[in-house]
Design a protein around this ligand. Structure first.
Ligand SMILES: [Cu+2]
Length: 105
């Protein structure tokens, strides 16, 4: 059992991406990974609640407001492409511009 677990953990390289969300941007707003990578996003907010949505992956989570910890999202980058992500929680006038892209190549 432990052996299997270790195999699964070592089979896919994991990349931790620390990200900051604040009105009205994600920093970084462009993330590039290799196919086969397990991406672990760790996102914290510098102000209010935000959302983190990757429509192509069916991911939509809440980033807690500043001081309330971080959001952790795991994304297995199995196919190449450009996958947009965006804020999914109305956070003010620039909300619709709060977006970024995950590039898998
Ligand atoms: Cu927003």
């Amino acid at each position: 059992m432990l052996g299997l677990l270790l195999l699964l953990l070592t089979a896919s390289p994991t990349k931790v991406v620390h990200m900051t969300a604040e009105r009205f941007t994600f920093i970084p707003s462009q993330v590039k990974v290799k196919v086969g990578t397990v991406v672990e996003f760790r996102i914290h907010s510098e102000d209010t609640n935000h959302g983190f949505r990757i429509p192509a992956a069916g991911i939509n989570e809440v980033i807690p407001k500043r001081g309330r910890g971080e959001l952790k999202v795991i994304y297995r980058a199995e196919r190449p492409g450009r996958f947009d992500f965006e804020c999914s929680k109305p956070c003010g006038a620039g909300h619709n511009m709060m977006r970024g892209v995950l590039i898998v190549e």
